[in-house]
Design a protein around this ligand. Structure first.
Ligand SMILES: [Zn+2]
Ligand SMILES: [Zn+2]
Length: 227
């Protein structure tokens, strides 16, 4: 069933194979044990100009394993953000610089001194890996320490393509909430307010499903990781 449709005209960081400018992500809304307790995704790279006969109502699956695997239709309002690696991906030297509050004070007069006791946490919640759905960017690590992802076909280091997140933000990272979302609250399927979960998708116990692609060839299989 359809999960996401991304155009390069909206998302310049989406690196599409030559001749394509559209990524369609479909998924099978069931867990796939024993290897994967997540839906399985399929990627279609297309040229938007060549797409004809658009279905008004995409087919719905006869069954889904969990209601959490049925996405709520959403219109994307993509925003390009700058984010930095997970602290565990920084070198030892950089980690110690990030943990030194005097460096933050010297670098900017807008940093809030209430963060002085926890400079590393200030970095990880406000500046490193952005929460929520995103194309590209740095990988989020939480279930495990960082694990290099290599292509099953050619062993090249893979790049994050898409993060399918349960939550756009949580109580620890309010600084990432878009300004327009801070004012409005969108209703969701159950009628309750869950502005941080507009897609109504939940991965595992509230984790993220990361898709990785091989930079050497779009023909090589993509991989999926829960974090
Ligand atoms: Zn399946
Ligand atoms: Zn490869």
């Amino acid at each position: 069933m359809p999960l996401a449709q991304l155009y390069t005209r909206d998302i310049p960081d989406l690196h599409t194979p030559a001749g394509t400018d559209l990524l369609q992500v479909l998924w099978c809304p069931f867990d796939h044990p024993p290897k994967s307790y997540m839906p399985r995704t399929v990627l279609f790279w297309r040229s938007a100009a060549k797409v004809a006969n658009v279905l008004a109502a995409p087919p719905e699956p006869p069954a889904v394993q969990r209601a959490d695997y049925l996405p709520e239709p959403c219109l994307l309002l993509p925003e390009q953000v700058t984010e930095y690696p997970n602290p565990l991906e920084l070198s030892k030297e950089l980690r110690s610089l990030v943990g030194d509050w005097s460096r933050w004070e010297a670098a900017s007069d807008i940093v809030d001194s209430c963060n002085a006791s926890y400079p590393s946490e200030f970095y990880s919640t406000n500046l490193s890996v952005a929460p929520g759905w995103k194309a590209g960017g740095w990988a989020s690590w939480g279930l495990t320490d960082p694990i290099p992802q290599s292509c099953p076909a050619c062993d090249t280091a893979m790049n994050p393509l898409l993060t399918i997140a349960t939550n756009e933000w949580d109580s620890s990272n309010h600084s990432w909430i878009p300004y327009e979302m801070q004012r409005s609250v969108a209703p969701t399927r159950a009628g309750e307010s869950r502005p941080n979960q507009p897609t109504a998708i939940q991965i595992g116990r509230g984790y993220k499903q990361q898709l990785y692609v091989c930079p050497a060839s779009p023909e090589h299989p993509h991989t999926e990781l829960m974090q």
